[in-house]
Design a protein around this ligand. Structure first.
Ligand code: NAP
Length: 241
């Protein structure tokens, strides 16, 4: 049975990734901060093991890696937005540190730990990072988020380069505007933007659509693809006149 670690497993995109991989018969080790009781029916699922923890903390990452043992894949989904949207001229160091420690530092050092294990077991495997259109799109009211996602993109490149000799692929999925807990507070704003033509595909994306791209990247069907990013964004990235 294939084994995979998924962070951010409790909700949104991470949860959809967990469901997708469970549906393929994979054994899934999920991490996020809320207690198991708040995972609903996911807590009962066969082949799902939950490690409650914070990906920004070294001890929690270690517990996760030790619990999972040798794995075939890692999907870094855990991420946060700034607690408060503030102009870059008003952004606080505290908010910057918080966002970077989860989105970027957490991803970097969990990937490092899992990669070491993959190498130790003889190589092979797939790593997928969930970055964002924010990796290349300026939002001046949440600069720390954009910077963190741009950093994740470089993490993808660096590990893709470093791990290719071990047969490990490292790729990235860049979601656009996806309906989850993270975007609950900006539904009206994005509804308006979509209505006014922001996206060629005029609707929100779903966590399941992102999970489908993750599945394609972890299932071994693209063995000659590494350091690549797949946009699941309704065509957001297309420059239009
Ligand atoms: N929704 C979008 O439009 C969108 C677009 C582009 C990219 N993304 C990215 O997609 C990823 C998932 O976001 P989402 O939209 O699915 O939002 P979400 O529903 O808020 O999910 C975020 C997940 O990350 C977990 N998490 C947060 N901080 C964590 C930490 N320190 N340690 C471990 N787990 C942590 C959360 O669980 P707990 O609260 O239980 O810790 C939750 O499971 C994020 O990286 C986000 O940046 C989202």
């Amino acid at each position: 049975m294939k084994k995979v670690i998924v962070t951010g497993a409790s909700s949104g995109i991470g949860r959809a990734v967990v469901e997708r991989l469970l549906s393929e018969g994979w054994q899934v080790f999920g991490m996020s901060r809320r207690p198991l009781e708040r995972l609903g029916d996911l807590a009962e699922r066969e082949n799902f093991t939950y490690v409650q923890g914070d990906v920004s903390k070294d001890a929690d990452r270690l517990r996760l890696v030790e619990c999972a043992g040798e794995v075939d894949a890692l999907v870094n989904v855990a991420g946060i937005a700034p607690r408060e949207r503030r102009d870059i001229l008003e952004m606080t160091e505290e908010s910057y540190d918080e966002v970077m420690s989860v989105n970027t530092k957490g991803t970097l050092f969990l990937t490092q730990a899992v990669a070491r294990g993959m190498i130790k077991k003889g190589g092979g495997g797939a790593i997928v990072n969930i970055s964002s259109i924010s990796a290349y799109t300026s939002s001046t009211s949440r600069a720390e988020y954009c910077i963190s996602k741009a950093g994740m993109s470089m993490i993808t490149q660096l590990f893709a380069d470093r791990l290719s000799e071990y047969g490990i692929t490292v790729n990235e999925v860049r979601p656009g505007i996806i309906r989850t807990e993270m975007t609950e507070g900006v539904v009206e704003k994005y509804d308006g933007l979509i209505e006014n033509g922001l996206l060629p595909i005029k609707r929100w994306g779903t966590p399941e659509e992102v999970a489908e791209a993750v599945w394609m990247l972890v299932n071994g069907s693209l063995p000659y693809t590494t350091g690549e990013s797949i946009s699941v964004d309704g065509g957001f990235r297309i420059r239009r006149l």
